[in-house]
Ligand binder design. Structure first.
Ligand code: SAM
Ligand code: SF4
Length: 341
């Protein structure tokens, strides 16, 4: 469906947990509190929201977190989402640490692509940023995913780690058919404390380093990245420049947080809490996971009607643009890890 500004909304990012096995300094440094387990949506609740979203015209789903693979039912969930009528593509964003052992299962479940976050190829710097010495696991997962012919995108936040850093990462796209995407850090949560490389500068450096670099118009997915081809490279280089290259006029996305908040813009608190709708009349434990009753179907007609009313209204009221350039106007106080990056 179209939002109040006439933009076609066809993409939903679903955060399935706020837990993570890493502690990236710009996202989830030590000391961040996790939400109570019973507040996290069950697989069936996420499925119910996805069914409703598909009815409203959502065609692309991205499963994210926190780290989605810390949830044991992540692969099962992806298979279930692939089965929702109207959904064309389901992809995953992961830090890659737990990825390699589940690649076959993800492929069998129909995954359409995997984004793997990787900010540096330097082992010590990786550990400094993430708190763990897991670089080799991630690199091994990247190679394994490519071998299985799963489309891979590497997400690199443009931290100021020196020229060598972005060059080495970009070089991965020379020998591997992967999209390397540089992402400007957004001033959300702890992202505020880390200056990001200005992408206008990065692009001009890239063009200097690799003569013949040209914009590529091929469809890479429903996101806002602008892609470039470098002669001799198997993969492409993408730029996601939310701050210096504001793309709100073409925004096509909404978000579902792990607690069931349907969020219409990263920058603001706007949206609607779907959890009370999903759980109406159901007992919620004081501790531990919430369990969806077996006799209730995610596509239950009455539930879908209530969800649809709430989601439709929120989409119609989606803000026109973010305000990252005026930090005082940002009303979202939550961290990226709980919103779902
Ligand atoms: N744990 C998974 C991962 O790291 O890919 C999925 C969740 S993580 C929040 C998703 C992406 O958001 C990562 O690529 C991460 O680098 C990025 N990210 C986190 N905080 C950010 C910020 N303030 N601005 C831009 N990207 C951010
Ligand atoms: Fe975890 Fe991803 Fe955030 Fe890093 S960016 S702390 S891996 S959720």
């Amino acid at each position: 469906m179209k939002d109040g500004w006439g933009r076609e909304i066809n993409y939903m990012r679903i955060s399935i947990t706020d837990r993570c096995n890493l502690r990236c300094r710009y996202c989830m440094p030590d000391g961040i509190e996790c939400v109570p387990r019973q507040n996290i949506l069950s697989l069936e609740e996420i499925q119910a929201a996805a069914i409703c979203a598909a009815g409203l015209g959502i065609r692309f789903l991205k499963v994210t977190g926190g780290e989605p693979l810390v949830r044991k039912d992540c692969c099962r969930l992806i298979r279930a989402l692939k089965g929702v009528a109207g959904i064309q593509r389901v992809t995953l964003t992961t830090n890659g640490v737990l990825l390699e052992p589940v690649l076959e299962e993800l492929k069998a479940g129909g995954i359409d692509g995997i984004n793997i976050s990787l900010d540096t190829l330097d082992r010590a710097a990786y550990e400094r940023i993430t708190g763990k010495d897991c670089l080799n696991q991630v690199l091994s997962a990247v190679e394994a995913a490519v071998k299985l012919h799963i489309p891979v995108k590497l997400n690199t936040v443009s931290l100021k780690l020196g020229e060598e850093n972005w060059r080495k990462i970009a070089e991965l796209a020379r020998r591997l058919p992967v999209d390397v995407r540089f992402i400007e850090l957004m001033p959300i949560g702890h992202g505020k404390d880390f200056p990001s490389i200005d992408h206008r500068l990065l692009l001009s450096e890239l063009k200097k380093q690799y003569p013949g670099t040209e914009v590529e118009r091929r469809f890479h997915g429903p996101g806002p990245a602008v892609y470039y081809r470098i002669p001799g490279f198997l993969g492409s280089i993408g730029f996601i420049s939310a701050v210096h290259g504001k793309f709100c006029a073409d925004c096509n996305r909404v978000r579902l947080t792990s607690q069931g908040f349907f969020k219409t813009c990263l920058c603001y608190e706007d949206g609607v809490d779907l959890r009370p709708i999903l759980r109406k009349g159901l007992p919620v434990p004081e501790q531990g996971h919430f369990h969806w009753p077996e006799d209730r179907k995610p596509d239950d007609g009455e539930l879908q009607t209530r969800l649809m009313e709430a989601m439709r209204k929120a989409i119609l009221e989606k803000p026109g643009a973010h305000c990252f350039e005026h930090p005082g106007e940002i009303t979202e106080a939550a961290d990226m890890v709980s919103i779902g990056g």
